[in-house]
Design a protein around this ligand. Structure first.
Ligand SMILES: C[S@@+](CC[C@H](N)C(=O)[O-])C[C@H]1O[C@@H](n2cnc3c(N)ncnc32)[C@H](O)[C@@H]1O
Length: 252
């Protein structure tokens, strides 16, 4: 065993692992995350219907041929508003079924690694499994470099200076709510931009922050795109996109 493998450690039977895979570039994964991807009996991940799954794509080069895998395809993603009753019902039932599939593996003694983009405890679907299974089975959560950390690093934009207060918000909020929150923030990160891009752009402009706003698509990935938010007019962005607004605080 190499010293890196010894540091990373291996998986224990009957344990659920929430594995944060970081922002996209596999080199930003932790040693523990990489060790677990290789050592768990079952590798599980969420994916949009018909897609490979973002977190699974990140770890592709670490997965041995023949590895047992569980792919959980969301019944709906961003085609319905989260507030819609249809969305809530479909997702609740999906999460219940998914938790049961994981439970079935864990009771048989398998170690299961559920992949999470970025950090599992930061807007992660993993949290919905953690909530259902944490009292029943041993669970270890492996923190990851968040997507926003990867994005402001790649944009070469230090995010908070001095006493700056950072506000993180989802682009799914109502436009006025976004504007109000942004107007109060020294620095901001707007997640889940995708279909909300036009609304987010209007809110940033209304809050008077357009000159500092940077749009980052697929940050740290091979096809990343980093541009001033005000410099392009696309009405919709991909799922993996966010807007970062660096603070203006104390420079010494
Ligand atoms: C459900 S949240 C998951 C966040 C993740 N757990 C994390 O720690 O970053 C998904 C949102 O994260 C943001 N995101 C995560 N990684 C990103 C990346 N590499 N580039 C751009 N946006 C990213 C996007 O706004 C996306 O809609």
């Amino acid at each position: 065993m190499s010293s890196l493998d010894a540091i990373a450690g291996t998986a224990r039977s009957g344990t659920l692992y929430g594995i944060g895979v970081g922002p996209g570039d596999i080199r930003y994964m932790t040693l523990r995350a990489a060790g677990l991807v290789r050592s768990v009996d079952v590798l599980a991940y969420f994916a949009k219907r018909g897609r490979a799954g973002n977190a699974r794509t990140v770890v592709a080069t670490l997965v041995d041929i023949g590895k047992r895998e569980l792919k959980f395809e969301y019944p709906v993603t961003d085609e319905i508003r989260v507030a819609d009753e249809g969305y809530r019902a479909a997702i609740a039932s999906f999460y219940a079924t998914t938790a049961q599939a994981l439970r079935d593996e864990l009771v048989q003694g398998s170690s299961v690694g559920l992949l999470a983009e970025g950090d599992p405890f930061f807007y992660g679907s993993f949290m919905h499994m953690w909530r259902r299974l944490d009292k029943e089975f041993p669970v270890e959560v492996v923190p990851g470099v968040t997507g926003m950390s990867g994005c402001w690093t790649r944009a070469n934009a230090p995010i908070t200076w001095g006493d700056d207060v950072l506000a993180v918000m989802p682009g799914t909020l109502e436009e006025q709510c976004l504007t109000d929150r942004l107007a109060q923030a020294d620095a901001a990160v707007i997640m889940k931009v995708g279909r909300n891009l036009a609304k987010v752009r209007r809110a940033v402009a209304a809050a008077g922050l357009m000159d500092r706003a940077i749009y980052v698509e697929r940050g740290t990935m091979s096809d990343e795109r980093i541009v001033p938010l005000g410099s392009f007019a696309d009405p919709v962005g991909p799922y993996f996109a966010m807007v970062i607004i660096p603070g203006n605080g104390r420079r010494l």
